[in-house]
Design a protein around this ligand. Structure first.
Ligand code: ADP
Ligand code: MG
Length: 449
């Protein structure tokens, strides 16, 4: 179980954050409905508890619905370690135990940090944001039901959904509170399977159909899970027919979610479909500024700019990098400077630099030397073609994590020794010819950005 929770955790927070904070979490034991996890130092414990406590708890619960609480401790004996610095003051102090407190019986806990207030709006997400606001203000309005939010990883889908749920759960209707059930599609499936197992599907159905707003996150998870999809489809219809609001997120638009039942896809596309686009540089800067301000730390503009240029794919990773920088500055009582950022984020940036594809490299290099991209894979050995090809191989080795044989395959099925030769030849030339060296360096920098 712990293995699966770990894997999910890693997928959820991304490689970088996982390696920085969560790799050292160990399972101490499971006692009835309580899980105990340990970390080597108090600092790490506090940090993990505060930043990831709820996530860890909800993943455990998804894995094993019997778990009621997850206790995160530091290792006895080593826990007296240096009280070096307080962890970065971002939000409220962590509770001693991260409780698993479902809102309705069927729902998952909400993250307190994910509200409309903390969501930074820019061009790429303003439409989705406006739709979310609208639904939070007046659920089940024609044209906005269902609300379907989609976009890549870490662009704010879950954040917006929680924000809607928070907002709605403070509202009242006809004397009672509006009841909101938020859960991941995965959790929906676990609940459904458990209900089947314990022969309580009727209760499960009734519970879900009794809510005013049902929110299902990461619907793509249901692809290939036909029975669960079917159940969701019925729930969906029952709720919409009863004038209840549905909010769904996924990584693709309804029409691109192949593998999902056609009837369901059609119905999902019937309300409002809003796309969270990839972030722009401006949005990333503004997110970083907001987060730094909230954390009460002064981060020089140059450092923010550096981060926003380097980490472009995913807001979670961007946030993670900033947190890490701030934590280090606190820990060692140092200023946050550009040099510190380079140093502290060395491996993060490397991981990101490595996201360049061989195709991109080939294209850039071909453009630069004014040859056709097809020549990268051709058999021609003329110097004006062979040299750029070698440069591209060299950069592929430097900037991607592909193996030599792998790189060779991208260049017209060449042998790995050819790639090896190219790498050493280019290295040699860089040493001999300054202009050539600058050229390669320029290409590298263009590719890294
Ligand atoms: P998704 O569900 O789309 O994968 P999340 O909603 O989990 O992404 O967002 C990942 C992280 O990035 C969260 O910590 C979230 O608060 C943050 N985030 C994403 N977009 C924004 C934004 N526009 N403003 C502030 N924080 C954001
Ligand atoms: Mg999400």
């Amino acid at each position: 179980q712990w293995g699966r929770v770990r894997a999910r955790l890693q997928a959820e927070v991304g490689e970088v954050e996982y390696r920085t904070w969560l790799k050292q979490v160990a399972l101490a034991g499971v006692d009835g409905d309580e899980v105990t996890l340990v970390l080597p130092t108090r600092f790490l414990r506090d940090w993990v508890k505060k930043e990831y406590g709820e996530l860890v708890a909800s993943l455990w619960q998804a894995e094993n619905p019997a778990i009621r609480s997850v206790d995160i401790r530091s290792q006895p004996g080593r826990g007296t370690a240096p009280n070096l610095a307080e962890p970065v003051p971002v939000e409220a102090a962590p509770a001693a135990v991260a409780p698993v407190v479902p809102r309705a019986d069927v729902a998952a806990p909400l993250d307190q940090r994910f509200t409309f207030d903390t969501f930074v709006v820019g061009k790429p997400n303003e439409f989705a944001y406006a739709c979310a606001r609208r639904v939070a203000e007046s659920p089940a309005t024609a044209g906005f039901n269902p609300l379907f939010l989609y976009g890549g990883v870490g662009l704010g889908k879950t954040h917006l959904m929680h924000a809607i749920a928070w907002e709605l759960s403070t509202q009242h209707k006809g004397g009672g509170q509006v009841s909101v059930a938020y859960m991941s599609a995965e959790k929906f499936m676990y609940r459904f399977i458990n209900a089947l197992r314990s022969q309580s599907t009727l209760e499960f159905k009734n519970e879900l159909r009794g809510v005013d707003v049902l929110m299902i996150d990461d619907l793509q998870f249901l692809i290939g899970k036909d029975n669960t999809q079917e159940e969701f489809f019925h729930t969906f219809n029952a709720l919409v027919d009863a004038g209840k609001q549905i909010v769904v997120s996924a990584d693709k638009s309804p029409s691109d979610l192949s593998g999902l039942d056609d009837r369901l896809r059609t119905r999902l596309g019937c309300g409002m479909v809003a796309d969270l686009h990839a972030t722009t540089f401006e949005l990333r800067i503004s997110i970083l500024e907001t987060k730094a301000e909230r954390a009460g730390v002064d981060v020089p503009g140059k450092v923010l700019e550096f981060l926003a240029r380097k980490i472009t794919s995913n807001v979670r990773e961007l946030e993670g990098a900033l947190n890490r920088l701030v934590a280090h500055a606190n820990l060692f009582n140092r200023q946050i400077t550009l040099e510190a950022a380079h140093e502290v984020l060395h491996d993060v940036l490397k991981a990101h630099d490595r996201k360049v594809s061989i195709q991109e490299i080939q294209k850039k290099v071909a453009d630069h030397y004014n040859i056709r991209i097809a020549e990268m894979s051709s058999a021609r050995r003329a110097r004006n073609i062979a040299r750029p090809r070698q440069v591209a191989m060299y950069l592929a080795k430097q900037l991607t994590s592909k193996s030599l044989p792998d790189i060779g395959r991208h260049f017209g099925d060449r042998d790995h020794t050819t790639v090896m030769h190219a790498v050493s030849r280019v290295t040699e030339l860089i040493g001999q010819d300054a202009a050539f060296g600058e050229d390669v360096e320029l290409l590298r920098r263009m590719l890294e950005n």
